[in-house]
Ligand binder design. Structure first.
Ligand SMILES: Cc1cc2nc3c(=O)[nH]c(=O)nc-3n(C[C@H](O)[C@H](O)[C@H](O)COP(=O)(O)OP(=O)(O)OC[C@H]3O[C@@H](n4cnc5c(N)ncnc54)[C@H](O)[C@@H]3O)c2cc1C
Length: 457
């Protein structure tokens, strides 16, 4: 049978592609299936494909990861016609075996967007954050009351966040999703861009037009490269191992960050009592750790976590990631804006990367909606410059902060060891230092997007 069941296109879309209405799925018809159709049906499908192969949108978001989808959901009911294009099928993109530190501000942004009720029951709220330096006995303990808040942040799985975002998108009347569909070309003009998209099921590439293109296509962003935007930064001498463990003792919702000379190790408490380990060490050591027999790996891990959680059991594969700091020299080009990892990447210490992207998305949505309501061209240089002005300096601060933390703690130079241990002592004893450090880590030190303000007041 031809896959006509997956063709879902509104009558309005066929008669007038400018008035696109829900539900809208780009026709999915395999070339070989086309031959099995009678000529009437084939003509009908051709008509639909012709009508949908050049559609107009205000905004095309390339990349339906957490950051691209956060922007799309933030633009629900905005009056802007948005298309979100993701190359991986939903069943694939949802599986990432990763949990993130979700900052308080990110939680408030999701609450303002109306998806927090779905997320909150499935995350862990940190009751405490413990920071320690190798085998030094002093431990800095941070509690929600140090910030005057109910929590210090959350641990959330990739699956929980992406599912909540994707289900919200299904009900947003102004947003079309194309998935799986890969952007293979973008031609920019003075007034917009023509985007070429390939899907596994359409015989010919689909063309769409948009006033503004958003690159949310990750650290290796092909849109950033095609636009000739250069980046600055470096690869660290370290790689990162992640794994899920079942500890003997319950984690009590405590998040641990322990700095070793080789690199930091973070332990995130998960909602089901397990923990996610994010362990940064020099490349060769990381490869060795990945391939060590399980019992030896767990022995090392128990040593490096100071036996805090008792005996450990490995509950996943060990994944290896390179670690880099990257900042795009420009966040925008004519008719293009970069968000999330397409714009910047940082060291995983303190779990900041995705949170920066969520703030990019909320800030950009706020700027675009205000511009649209004021009758401005959302893809104009002056509108895009507001986004750069807001986000680039704030992201620099966090990139520098994570780099500073990693360099300060990942070494044995005696005077530096003394200085940092004295610093930890001050952090532990002087409340205002704790407060300021927590403001920075929870995202509350920067400019707060309106969507979060509406719930935090
Ligand atoms: C080990 C590790 C631990 C981390 N822990 C944390 C943490 O605790 N807290 C935190 O805040 N951050 C953390 N991060 C960072 C975080 O993972 C990233 O910042 C975040 O996932 C970036 O999301 P994104 O949507 O920008 O990019 P991605 O997740 O890379 O999404 C990009 C999407 O674009 C799609 N795409 C790409 N090209 C195309 C195309 N041409 N057409 C259509 N679609 C396309 C891809 O399929 C993908 O779905 C961690 C990172 C690592 C490596």
């Amino acid at each position: 049978m031809p896959r006509l069941d997956s063709v879902s296109i509104s009558a309005e879309a066929v008669s007038n592609s400018k008035q696109l209405a829900k539900p809208t799925t780009i026709p999915l018809l395999l070339a070989e299936n086309r031959q099995t159709l009678d000529s009437d049906t084939r003509n009908t499908i051709d008509r639909i494909e012709t009508a949908t192969t050049c559609l107009d949108y205000d905004l095309a978001i390339v990349g339906g990861g957490i950051i691209g989808n956060t922007l799309a959901v933030a633009l629900q009911n905005s009056g802007l016609r948005v298309v979100s294009i993701e190359s991986q099928a939903q069943s694939v993109s949802i599986v990432k075996n990763r949990a993130y530190v979700l900052s308080m501000l990110s939680g408030q942004i999701f609450e303002g967007m109306g998806i927090w009720n779905q997320i909150l029951p499935l995350v862990t709220q940190f009751s405490q954050i413990q920071i320690s330096d190798a085998d030094y006995a002093g431990v800095v303990k941070m509690y929600p009351q140090d910030l005057g808040a109910e929590t210090l942040g959350y641990a959330a799985s990739h699956e929980v966040l992406l599912t909540a975002l994707q289900s919200k998108l299904q009900t947003a009347a102004n947003i079309t999703t194309m998935c799986p569909a890969q952007v293979v070309g973008v031609d920019y003009t003075e007034t917009g861009a023509e985007i070429t998209i390939e899907t596994p099921d359409t015989a010919t590439p689909i063309k769409i037009r948009a006033s503004l293109v958003i690159a949310a296509d990750g650290a290796k962003s092909s849109l950033r490269e095609r636009a000739g935007i250069e980046t600055t930064g470096w690869n660290y001498w370290q790689s990162c191992i992640t794994a899920t463990i079942k500890p003997e003792k319950h984690h009590q919702n405590v998040a641990y960050e322990r700095f070793w000379y080789a690199g930091p190790i973070g332990v995130l408490p998960l909602a089901d009592g397990r923990c996610q380990v994010v362990w940064t060490v020099p490349h060769q050591q990381a490869e060795e750790l990945q391939h060590l027999p399980t019992s030896e790996f767990l022995q090392e891990l128990e040593h490096c976590t100071g036996g805090l959680l008792g005996k450990l059991e490995l509950d996943s594969q060990r994944w290896l990631f390179p670690v880099k700091l990257m900042q795009s020299k420009q966040y925008t080009a004519p008719r293009l804006a970069l968000i999330g990892d397409a714009a910047h990447c940082c060291h995983p210490v303190a779990g900041q990367g995705m949170n920066l992207g969520i703030r990019d998305a909320a800030a950009l949505a706020e700027i675009l909606v205000a511009a649209h309501h004021a009758g401005e061209d959302i893809g104009s240089d002056s509108v895009l410059q507001r986004y750069t002005n807001w986000r680039k300096p704030e992201n620099w601060v966090i990139l520098a902060f994570t780099d500073f933390l990693d360099r300060l703690f990942s070494n044995r130079i005696f005077p530096i060891v003394i200085v940092r241990r004295f610093g930890l002592l001050l952090l532990d004893r002087i409340p205002v230092f704790k407060y300021l450090a927590l403001r920075l880590m929870t995202g509350l030190a920067g400019r707060i997007p309106q969507v979060a303000k509406s719930v935090s007041q």
